[in-house]
Design a protein around this ligand. Structure first.
Ligand code: ASP
Length: 335
């Protein structure tokens, strides 16, 4: 019999219509499990012992780095126990990619950590929560999932935590990696992996603890000037992720502000506002070539949201003058 711990944090999977209107996170881990046990889907769970724990009951659009750190700390604590075979984390989908990134970058254990959630809350007549939760538990308990690192189970698919983005507001499978496809599928409750384990480099030896860091994100668009970048620096940002157009082209005005920021010691990562593909040094005259010359670090195809967590972790462990080099090295080893 394997033992899986469900760590609940809130999200749509736990949300119900509130008295004041609108849906809000409300169900605890124990409530999620007792609802699942009453469901016909629970048949396949009889051989699994499920323990429950709550980190918070919140919708993920309200999370701060402190919340992400608490979730990571709770997983770390659980994995100190040798009687735990895997951990399932229920989480809101809106910022799931950030917490997935944090766990993937700090988790170094063969046992699976599996995130899941829902697009439709438990009071919806056709909620996807129970199926996703059941599948996540089955994936976490299956020995085939060992060594795959941190996973997301959603809409009958299994995805690696990095790189990954929420790509749809309402689809039953809202997550998509910016390159390739799913890592596996769940068929009749059994995970089927299409690829062997291929973890992204973790930062476990160096940057284990995410501290409160100000790392802002700035979008490029026609007419974007350097005002937001300068405000970020003024507000105390130690890092900024710039989402350039196409292959990471911020435009002349933003490139100038990037130069000012990097000269003042701020670490700037260059990502793209497009969904897929890598940052590439193709254009000058305000393009990625100039942004890199101004000191920005090209982030490959890591989504800006996930790169922000990576940069914050690095800044938590290294002084700003070393952080740029560490970020560059991580991207190099991941691509
Ligand atoms: N739409 C979100 C969810 O799926 C809300 C949140 O992120 O908490 O859970």
């Amino acid at each position: 019999m394997s033992r899986i711990v469900l760590l609940a944090t809130g999200g749509t999977i736990s949300s119900r219509e509130s008295a004041t209107g609108g849906s809000r996170a409300s169900d605890s881990a124990a409530q999620l499990i007792s609802a699942l046990k009453e469901h016909a889907l629970a048949d396949l769970l009889t051989e699994i012992e499920i323990e429950t724990q709550d980190v918070t009951v919140e919708n993920s659009f309200n999370f701060t780095f402190a919340d992400l750190g608490r979730i990571e700390g709770a997983v770390r604590e659980l994995l100190r126990r040798s009687d735990v075979d895997g951990v399932v984390v229920t989480h809101g989908t809106d910022t799931m990619e950030e917490t997935l990134a944090l766990l993937a970058l700090t988790h170094d254990d063969d046992r699976p950590v599996v995130f899941t959630g829902a697009q439709r809350s438990p009071d919806h007549p056709d909620s996807d929560g129970p199926r996703n939760l059941r599948d996540a538990i089955l994936v976490a308990a299956n020995p085939a999932s060992r060594c795959h690192g941190v996973l997301l189970v959603f809409g009958e698919e299994i995805h690696a935590a990095l790189p990954l983005r929420k790509a749809h507001t309402s689809s039953m499978q809202p997550f998509q990696p910016p390159r390739g496809g799913a890592l596996g599928r769940i068929l009749e409750g059994t995970p089927q992996y299409f690829f062997g384990p291929r973890r992204m480099p973790s930062l476990t030896e160096t940057a284990e603890v995410l501290q409160e860091q100000r790392v802002d994100m700035i979008l490029s668009y026609p007419g974007a000037d350097g005002a937001l970048m300068r405000s970020a620096v003024e507000a105390g940002a130690s890092g900024v992720i710039v989402l350039g157009g196409g292959a990471g082209n911020p435009g002349n005005a933003l490139v100038e502000a990037i130069g000012e920021a990097t000269r003042s010691g701020v670490v700037v990562g260059l990502s793209t506002r497009t969904f897929g593909g890598s940052v590439a040094a193709i254009y000058s005259g305000g393009g990625a070539v100039d942004a890199l010359q101004a000191g920005a670090v090209a982030l490959g195809d890591l989504p800006g949201t996930q790169a922000r967590v990576l940069l914050a972790l690095i800044l938590s462990a290294y002084p700003q003058d070393q952080a740029r080099d560490r970020l560059q090295r991580w991207v190099h080893s991941a691509n």
